[in-house]
Design a protein around this ligand. Sequence first.
Ligand code: SAM
Length: 253
Amino acid sequence: MATKKKADQYNDPSHNYLHYWDGRDYEHEAEILAIDRLLKGKHFKHAVDVGGGYGRLSAILTHYADKVTLAEPSKQQLDIAEDFLKDYPTVERKLMQADNLKFTDGSVDLVTVVRVIHHLPDPTAEFAEIARILSPEGYFFLEFANYANFKNRVRHIIRRKKLPHDPVDIRSDANKHNNEIPFVNHNPKTVRKQLAHAGLRVEKVLSVSNLRSPRLKKILPRGGMVAIESLMQPALAKSYFGPSTVFLARKGR
Ligand SMILES: C[S@@+](CC[C@H](N)C(=O)[O-])C[C@H]1O[C@@H](n2cnc3c(N)ncnc32)[C@H](O)[C@@H]1O
């Protein structure tokens, strides 16, 4: 398969993605809650964390899979992962990007993609490639930035505007001007259609990071936020309430 433009933007030495997570324990735990809720009771032979960065969640996947591959296009992220994952010998690190995954057809039984498709305005080729490597009984765990979240819906109602179905570029004008890495929010209905086009059917949905707000973080203890988040994730899934949506998909239409 022809590879798209090289996705090596996370090699920038002035940007260490590891530090992005300072002060974001709530969001990190919210994503682990979603993984645990959807993968509980399942066990996999081979999980591939596509665009897994320095392996933040590859480490969590070791609870669910005999072998985990951190498949990441940034050499810098893989170098950081060497230290971050030193206590996780079942995780291998491979330089590759989502539209050209170097695994044979149907050979992987879990693929995860978390916080990646905001860099992919059109993830069609990547979804097709994931469907190719997924085994017939495999699962695809996808997390993405949800443009149709509650706050945006209210904003659109107030402005009497229709919620767009196409991805929305949320970069600053300066970043657009400097041609920085794409940064979009997706409409979940469109993502569902793109998955279906690749032969992937959404089985479960969660609404994630529902309490993401600097103000709430100041007044609520983290444990309380995580407990409330746990209740909100399934309850608000159908309405795509939160800023992040998780789909668990499988092969089939
Ligand atoms: C915001 S980070 C998320 C990292 C990790 N999934 C996490 O949640 O901690 C985005 C990651 O996507 C990777 N990425 C960007 N474009 C990609 C592509 N076309 N294929 C695979 N990964 C890509 C980047 O290199 C980066 O590591």
